[in-house]
Design a binder for this molecule. Structure first.
Ligand SMILES: Nc1ncnc2c1ncn2[C@@H]1O[C@H](COP(=O)(O)OP(=O)(O)OP(=O)(O)O)[C@@H](O)[C@H]1O
Ligand SMILES: [Mg+2]
Length: 243
């Protein structure tokens, strides 16, 4: 059974149809990358899986349950989290308060403490700044905090909306290393990215969205080698990820 099954999903904002009849299947343990130009519907897809925008037609099933009509907090409780575009951490709160917010649906305090310590072990920058306001963090550190906060919900599926956008190259690599590591520890990942080369290189499966439809889906290595995709997303002279 797939962990996530999106079937014929249609989402509209008033008269604008952002997704039309989109289907995708994510198996447990996979990293699934979604590419697409501005306005293709990538963020809408993630919001609809979380339940932040309603499905007009079609369905979303997670871990065998139909969650299409469930409110976001119930989906989070079942193991779906979203690290949104632009990170959206609360800059007037401390690093630690931000992490605690990620666990707001849980009340197993000892486990929360243990996991927070595990996040501090993983991110020494956050550990050193745990009692500082999040506004003191660099963009890359804020992204790490956003991912750490999402981990505090103890997800089975983490959705990331353009996590490398606007980051310095060093942090871009760190974000992709982190996604790989979390996945190795068992987390399934749905990744929306502009950085097509890196996002295809970490993925087990990928799809390209155009105007709310999937135009190419499959093995990321094959997609990376596809001339149409190279032209549109990898830029001239860009190299396909190493096999
Ligand atoms: N809140 C909204 N109200 C009205 N239209 C919206 C809203 N959010 C998105 N749209 C429209 O829906 C379509 C898909 O937008 P979406 O943000 O999902 O695309 P995207 O692929 O994430 O783009 P980007 O790469 O710019 O982040 C676009 O035509 C967009 O203008
Ligand atoms: Mg978007």
């Amino acid at each position: 059974m797939a962990l996530l099954q999106v079937s014929d999903l249609t989402v509209s904002y008033g008269r604008v149809t952002a997704l039309s009849g989109l289907s995708l299947t994510l198996e447990e343990g996979q990293i699934f990358t979604v590419l697409g130009a501005n306005g293709a519907g990538k963020s809408t897809l993630l919001r609809a899986i979380l339940g932040a925008v309603p499905a007009r037609a079609g369905s979303v099933a997670f871990a065998g349950a139909d969650v299409t009509r469930m409110p976001p907090h119930e989906r989070v409780a079942r193991g779906i989290v979203l690290v949104p575009e632009g990170r959206r951490i609360l800059i007037s709160l401390t690093v630690e308060e931000n992490l605690r917010l990620g666990a707001h649906l849980r009340n197993d305090q000892p486990a929360i403490r243990r996991e927070m310590d595990a996040i501090y072990d993983r991110f020494s920058n956050l550990a050193q700044r745990r009692h500082m306001l999040a506004s003191c963090l660099s963009g890359g550190e804020q992204q790490m905090l956003a991912i750490g906060r999402a981990m505090m919900a103890r997800p089975r599926l983490m959705m990331l909306d353009e996590p490398s956008l606007g980051l310095a190259p060093l942090f871009v690599s760190k974000v992709f290393d982190l996604i790989r590591e979390l996945n190795r520890d068992g987390l399934s990942v749905l990744l929306v990215e502009q950085n097509a080369g890196k996002a295809l290189a970490v993925a087990h499966r990928a799809t390209v969205l155009e105007l709310g439809r999937a135009t190419m889906t499959g093995d990321p290595k094959l997609l990376a080698a596809d001339p149409r995709l190279q032209e549109a997303y990898l830029g001239e002279g860009a190299k396909a990820p190493a096999a």
